[in-house]
Design a protein around this ligand. Sequence first.
Ligand SMILES: NC(=O)c1ccc[n+]([C@@H]2O[C@H](COP(=O)([O-])OP(=O)(O)OC[C@H]3O[C@@H](n4cnc5c(N)ncnc54)[C@H](OP(=O)(O)O)[C@@H]3O)[C@@H](O)[C@H]2O)c1
Length: 294
Amino acid sequence: MSVVLITGCSSGFGAAAARAFGRNGDTVYASMRTLRKAGDLQALARSESLDIRPLELDVTQPASFSALLERIVKESGRIDVLVNNAGVLRAGAFEDLDEAALREVMETNFFAPFLLARAVLPHMRRQRGGYIIMISSLSGIAGLPGDVAYTASKFAVEGATEALRHEIDRWNIKLALVQAGLYATGIFASSMPGQELLPDSYPAGSPYRGFVEHRQRELRKRLPQAFSPDIIGNLLVRISKSDGAQLRWPADDISKKVLATMWAQDDAARDQFLRGVSGTPWWSAGGEPPADSG
Ligand SMILES: NC(=O)c1ccc[n+]([C@@H]2O[C@H](COP(=O)([O-])OP(=O)(O)OC[C@H]3O[C@@H](n4cnc5c(N)ncnc54)[C@H](OP(=O)(O)O)[C@@H]3O)[C@@H](O)[C@H]2O)c1
């Protein structure tokens, strides 16, 4: 059975991953920013006798990584799987996102997983094997308007993972990227609080406001059809047992379609596809939101 470290286990994919690896019989270090959110996983571990061990980790604090990893290796002897899952989304037009938001997204979604991977690699090299799984996104292969910061972070994850892959395969260390469509998790709450389409802090006089509200409205309409995060949890267990030949793992039919479309087409076809997906050609044309978008 494997020793697994997962980031961002307080909700969504991270919690689902902790459940799935736990039920697979693995030793799961379920890290999260604050242990105050560990209650559900602790209760599950007790009721199903799973080896899930919550621990505190803010992924934007790389100075804490090596002590945490030493602790795991001392306790369990090794680290077989790292799931880099923690992430944030800051939706909004590029001009409206302040520098702090741009940096927060890159710190959390890009620098953190790679600095943590770098801290884990010496352990995996020593044990001559391991699996590092990056939770990417469809935003890692397709850029949609209103998502500049998030897209930048996930493209960076995709490119860096692809580049890193053959630096480390000689030690039997495998890498995987997971692309997911729309899943029912907490990630949309920060940009769409309660009944509001946008947080109070969103610039009131922004020339992009109609555009961003339209995108948020469309997202809200699609959320009831969002997939269950358990699909991702189960997929991660499957990936951890695979031979490493496959780098990209689209998690659902939508992800498979986007991946196939984005990579099988020339730029004009890709652009046409993206405009269709974003539903915003009216914006580029200088028009108003379609009447039925309310
Ligand atoms: N949901 C989707 O449709 C979807 C699709 C594609 C990819 N993804 C990716 O899936 C991953 C997980 O997101 P999710 O959808 O499961 O959303 P979520 O429910 O909001 O989970 C995000 C997790 O990341 C944690 N996190 C954020 N900043 C952190 C930090 N500095 N240190 C430690 N943990 C931190 C959050 O912790 P707190 O509770 O402390 O905030 C939370 O546990 C993200 O990388 C996201 O980009 C999601």
